[in-house]
Design a protein around this ligand. Structure first.
Ligand code: ZN
Length: 116
């Protein structure tokens, strides 16, 4: 795992966390002004729930470092048996949803590859 990979995942986590804060605040504000079944409140609550799920997905795909066959340190995602790529395809796909954001890392531009 390069520092660029670490920075890419940190960038994604920060973007999702920022979205989560914004949607939670929106839902909380709407909760005060609208009946709880109102569409804007339900949409904001759903957006916040999706951000929480995305952050949980990132937590489920941490980097794992281990000793390679030649004694080198290799990095793989916890979901993978092989160290070919970190972040893994699942995290890259999650990140690809942020492609229109400023600072979008190239690590998420390639969404091909195995998730196992
Ligand atoms: Zn993974």
């Amino acid at each position: 795992m390069s520092s660029s990979d670490e920075e890419s995942v940190a960038w994604l986590r920060a973007e999702i966390g920022s979205d989560l804060g914004r949607w939670r605040a929106t839902a909380k504000g709407l909760e005060l002004d609208l009946p709880l079944e109102a569409v804007p409140y339900l949409e904001a609550r759903d957006h916040a729930a999706r951000c929480e799920a995305a952050l949980a997905m990132l937590d489920a795909h941490p980097p794992v470092q281990e000793m390679g066959p030649l004694g080198e340190i290799i990095t793989r995602c916890a979901c993978q048996r092989w160290p070919e790529s970190f972040p893994c395809c699942t995290v890259r796909l999650l990140g690809s949803g942020y492609k229109y954001r400023t600072g979008f890392p190239e690590a998420f531009a390639n969404t091909t590859g195995s998730t196992s």
